[in-house]
Structures are given as C-alpha cells and as structure tokens.
Ligand binder design. Structure first.
Ligand SMILES: NC(=O)C1=CN([C@@H]2O[C@H](COP(=O)(O)OP(=O)(O)OC[C@H]3O[C@@H](n4cnc5c(N)ncnc54)[C@H](OP(=O)(O)O)[C@@H]3O)[C@@H](O)[C@H]2O)C=CC1
Ligand SMILES: [Mg+2]
Length: 340
C-alpha cells in the first residue's frame, strides 16, 4: 500500500533517495537536479559552494600545512557577498558540480566581479591559479576543482549562440545552455587528447614544452583530429613530435583535464622497437624529449619539488594521468626485473 505513495514522493524529494545503493541514489539525485530547476534551487540552499575568482579556485591552508579547496555553505557565500556590497543575485550563477558522499549537492561560483583581496579576507582563503593549485591539492580533491573550473569557463565562453548570435540561457544546474532563437541546446564540451607513455622496453620517453616549469617532463600528448581513432591519434602525435613509429599500444585509463579548455585525456602505454629509438624532435612543438631509465624515474618520483630549487627531473603532479602512466610503467619495469 505504501509503495506507490513512496514512489510518488521520490519525484519531489530534494535529498537523494534511500531506496538504492548510496552511489546509485547520488547519481540519480544529481541527474534530477540537472533536469528540475526547482529541486536544484532547493539543493543550492543546503549545498556547498566552491568559490573561484576569474577561474582561480579558493584554497585554504589546513592546520598541517596542506591545502584544500574552501567549502562554503550557501549562507556563508551570501554573507560574504553582502559584506562586499553585492545583493546576492550572483548566487543564481552557481553551477552544479556533483554530490558529496554525505549527500550534499556541490556547486561552484565565480565571483570575478568582486575585489579579489576583499573576498579572500571575508572567506579566509586564497585564490590560487589552477595550474599551481594542482601541485598543492590532494589527489582526491583536484578533480572536483578541475570540473568546477571547466564548467565555469564553458559558461563564460558560451554566452552567445554560434548560429543566431543571440544570448543563450542556462538551466538552473548549469548543465546546458539554450538559444530560444535557433532552438539550439549547448552542452559542456571536452576535446579528446591522446597521451602516451612511450617505452622501448627498458627506457621511457618524456618531453617538455617551453611553457612547462623548469625541470618538468611529461608523457607525449596531442589533440585527436576529427575522425581519428585514439590509436591513430597516438601514432600520428608520436611521429610528429619525436619522429618515432609506435609498434603497439595498450590502453590504461582516462581523466578530465581542465587545460587548455577542458580536455578528455585518454592514457595509453606505447611500445617502439628498441632498434629504432633515435629521436628527431619537432622543436616547434617540444623544447626537448629524452629517454629516461627506470632508476632515473624512480628517483624523480621520490623528489618533492621546492620553490626556487627545481630538481633536474620533475614529473607531473600526482593527479595528472601522465603521472599515473609513469608509475604504472615503473611498477611494470620493477616487476619484470624481479621476474628476470
Ligand atoms: N593530464 C595529463 O597527464 C596531461 C595533460 N596534457 C594536456 O594535454 C593537452 C594537449 O597536449 P599538447 O601536447 O599541448 O597537444 P598538441 O601536441 O596537440 O599541441 C597543442 C597544439 O595543438 C593545436 N590544437 C589542435 N587541436 C586543438 C584543440 N582542440 N584545442 C586546443 N589546441 C588544439 C594548438 O595549436 P595552435 O595553438 O597553433 O592552434 C595547440 O597549441 C595540454 O593541455 C596538456 O596540458 C598533456 C600531457 C599529460
Ligand atoms: Mg603535444
């Protein structure tokens, strides 16, 4: 008798349903917030908000000297906005990012129209450029901040319809924008990027772009062209950038990466023949590319970079897919050495 009533009520809930596993109910809850503007408005009132200033996230230094994204409640943000003379209407610009394991909806909001130092003082945090923040944040928190920044950037750059030139409107959650004039719906976009840790069986190949911090080397990467498969993109990029031909590819894993404008990174291990490892680096793309031994990489993984004292080899931050590929390769190398 109660079941139909419960089903009816579940459509009106503003909190995740408890009838399924917590993961399933959280996913369904977030999906409902994307589709139901009223439910999303209610969720914002009880939700947590990550602040950004011109796309730089607000971080706080913890008691133990590590950094964490500042999580504010809706009323915290309202009082910060009021203290700085804003009427609070910018809260409507908050964009849904997800739902915490404690079933709290999570939003992000860019307060770039306010004075940065004043917001920092009022909210007891510091806005830090995302590239720097990535080296400071724990691996578990970086993806949320990255997603928030990517969504905010997308909204800032999709204000007008490419077909009609008219302003676009967003739904409450900010999961889409719509042009009334051309009836076009816009969804957040990512560009596919292939990233490969190339190995010749004993060494791995890393490269650096001129824009990288001093000492930083990473796995080779490149944007997939229209119509290309992941494998074709990898073979082309490696040929273009270092003049090598890939013999085989194995897929590892993927990640969202907020740079330069939201990328979907597809990570692979790639093998080249040990007989053909001579590099011919395209200097318009890379400043340098080199082969590294497993001992060199193992040492570099243990180094903690310090300001003003960069190590000879500095690897991408822990939450970058390239770091994961490098660790997987090192593990596989030590395993095969142990087995030999
Ligand atoms: N998360 C991770 O572990 C890693 C992430 N990356 C990221 O992957 C991304 C791509 O790697 P990168 O080596 O630079 O790529 P590419 O080797 O493809 O070179 C970048 C150039 O490609 C052109 N380009 C082609 N398509 C696009 C597009 N859709 N968006 C932007 N530029 C495009 C641009 O040239 P032009 O400017 O001349 O138009 C750009 O400067 C970077 O943002 C990098 O941060 C890379 C390695 C590891
Ligand atoms: Mg590249």
């Amino acid at each position: 008798m109660l079941r139909p009533l419960r089903l009816l009520l579940s459509g009106l809930q503003t909190q995740p349903s408890r009838c399924c596993s917590s993961f399933v109910s959280r996913m369904r809850y977030v999906n409902r917030l994307k589709e139901d503007d009223e439910a999303c408005t209610a969720a914002l009132k009880d939700g947590s908000i990550f602040l950004f200033h011109r796309l730089s996230p607000l971080l706080r230094c913890t008691d133990v000297g590590t950094f964490s994204p500042a999580t504010l409640t809706c009323s915290d943000v309202q009082s910060v906005l009021q203290r700085l003379g804003s009427d609070g209407s910018s809260l409507k610009e908050a964009v849904l990012i997800g739902c915490s394991e404690q079933n709290q909806a999570q939003f992000c909001l860019d307060v770039g129209e306010l004075d940065q130092a004043a917001v920092e003082e009022a909210s007891q945090g510091t806005f830090i450029d995302l590239r720097k923040a990535f080296f400071l944040l724990p691996a578990a928190e970086a993806p949320l901040v990255s997603k928030g920044q990517a969504l905010l950037r997308w909204h800032q750059s999709t204000r007008f319809c490419g077909a009609s030139g008219q302003p676009t409107q967003r739904n409450r959650a900010g999961s889409q924008r719509f042009c009334r004039s051309s009836s076009t719906v816009y969804y957040p976009k990512m560009s596919a990027v292939a990233v490969a840790l190339v190995s010749d069986g004993k060494r791995c190949l890393l490269g650096r772009q001129p824009s990288f911090p001093r000492g930083l080397y990473s796995a080779l990467a490149g944007f997939c062209d229209m119509g290309e498969t992941l494998e074709e993109a990898l073979c082309r990029e490696v040929a273009e950038e270092v003049g090598l031909e890939i013999q085989s590819i194995s897929y590892s894993s993927s990640q969202h990466w907020p740079f330069p404008h939201s990328s979907f990174m597809l990570g692979c291990h790639a093998l080249v023949s040990p007989a053909h490892t001579q590099l011919c680096v395209d200097c318009s793309e890379l400043e340098d590319a080199r082969w590294f031994t497993v001992d060199e990489i193992t040492r570099a993984l243990q180094v903690k970079p310090r300001r003003g004292d960069p190590p000879i080899l500095w690897l991408p931050p822990k939450h970058a897919l390239a770091n994961r590929l490098i660790r997987e390769w090192v593990e596989q190398q030590w395993q095969s050495k142990g087995g030999a």
